[in-house]
Design a protein around this ligand. Structure first.
Ligand SMILES: *Cc1c(COP(=O)(O)O)cnc(C)c1O
Length: 374
């Protein structure tokens, strides 16, 4: 089965991991600091590594101080973790609808959803296309809320020339194998605000603090540390950070190949009937994570099943988050966000990854042509 996304591992990646395994540090050593410094060059802001994209969201909401009684406004067109990370801290999740074409959070819908209890506005850069952060920033500033970007799809993307990582107060990343680059499991949170960076580091290290300037008591001795707030062990090991630094050095190449494949799909699929191709935006330079097409005329399920039967591993991104029974049981009802539901009803993600060959891509195009008839 041709997958919809997969990692690209070369011999330098393997050597980096082997070197880490033979070193003194399997975790919490120099390769963590190195990977975080390498990430900062891409994200444009101090970046704290964690164990995956889900824990990155949990840590980011915790750093923002989210708790019971707070509201978090977010998009339903995402992986469930964007919402569940806030719900697990006791927040009420408010779903705002997406733009009809990009499937990114619609600032007008956010504006209508914000209340005096809004603690965080959380956008997702769907398919790698950054959300409209300038518009969202105006709303978060006037609401006194934090702006969070779930950039699991978009590390390496630019918005009006600025890197994803500098656009929100907190920006989360995932390094799962299907994402733009990988550490197997892995994630990170970037923040432009130093006090949030401290809170992120504390949270991912079980809340423990060693910096003498931040200790409540300073007369104990060299072994002493304090836990001032609860946290979890979300540390990303050196072995995986070694893979991350090696992968990150290839990011520009990954971006170029994803752009090339996207342009090829745009051209080869332009005249296929019953298909709507992904939206473009003038002011963004995206890392193309997904190639989401829309299958018209109620044929999405048929096309999905026939592509799978032809050995083409397509995916649907995403089931509207509030459709999941965990939200349904809390009283969320279908029909709440019509644009997201219409998008979901038609969407299929075609294979897109750096090592996808032109001939495999041609096979996807031919299969689609065969089904949709042109
Ligand atoms: C993948 C993904 C996550 C979760 O990342 P994991 O590393 O799989 O935990 C969160 N949000 C979005 C939008 C994602 O695509």
């Amino acid at each position: 089965m041709l997958p919809y996304g997969r990692q690209s591992i070369d011999s330098a990646d393997v050597e980096a991991v082997v070197a880490a395994l033979g070193s003194d540090w399997l975790t919490t050593g120099p390769r963590v600091a190195q990977f975080e410094a390498d990430l900062e060059k891409v994200t444009g802001a101090p970046t704290v590594t964690v164990t995956n994209g889900t824990t990155a969201l949990h840590a980011a909401y915790a750093a923002a101080g989210v708790r019971g009684g707070d509201e978090v406004v977010t998009t339903p067109m995402t992986f469930v973790a964007t919402a569940s990370g806030a719900a697990m801290l006791g927040a009420k999740v408010i779903f705002a609808d997406v733009e009809e074409d990009t499937a990114n959070l619609d600032p007008a819908a956010v504006e209508a959803a914000v209340t005096g209890r809004t603690k965080v506005i959380a956008a997702v850069d769907y398919a790698g296309v950054p959300a409209d952060y300038d518009a969202l920033r105006k709303i978060s500033d006037s609401a006194g809320a934090f702006l969070l970007g779930d950039a699991a799809h978009s590390i390496g993307s630019l918005y009006k020339g600025r890197p994803v990582g500098t656009l929100a107060d907190l920006t989360t990343f995932s390094f799962f194998p299907t994402k733009n680059f990988t550490t197997a499991e892995g994630g990170a949170v970037a923040s432009t605000r130093p006090e949030l960076v401290d809170r992120l580091r504390d949270f991912r290290t079980v809340g423990s603090i060693r910096d003498p300037k931040r200790l409540r008591r300073t007369d104990e001795g060299g072994w002493y540390y304090e836990v001032q707030e609860f946290g979890l062990n979300y540390r990303l090991p050196d072995v995986l950070c070694a893979l991350g630094s090696a992968q990150l050095s290839r990011l520009a190449g990954f971006k170029a190949r994803r752009a090339e494949l996207t342009a090829r799909y745009d051209e080869l699929l332009a005249d296929v009937p019953g298909l709507r191709l992904p939206a473009q935006r003038e002011d963004v330079d995206p890392m193309r994570h997904l190639y989401p097409v829309r299958v018209l005329d109620g044929r999405r399920r048929e096309v999905f099943e026939r592509l799978r039967a032809a050995g083409i591993g397509v995916q649907v991104n995403y089931i509207p988050v509030y459709w999941h029974p965990v939200f349904e049981d809390l009283g969320y009802q279908r029909g709440m966000c019509p644009n997201a539901e219409a998008f979901y009803a038609e969407e299929i993600s075609l294979p897109l990854f750096a090592d996808l060959t032109d001939s495999d891509q041609d096979r996807v195009v031919e299969a689609l042509r065969g089904i949709l008839g042109s």
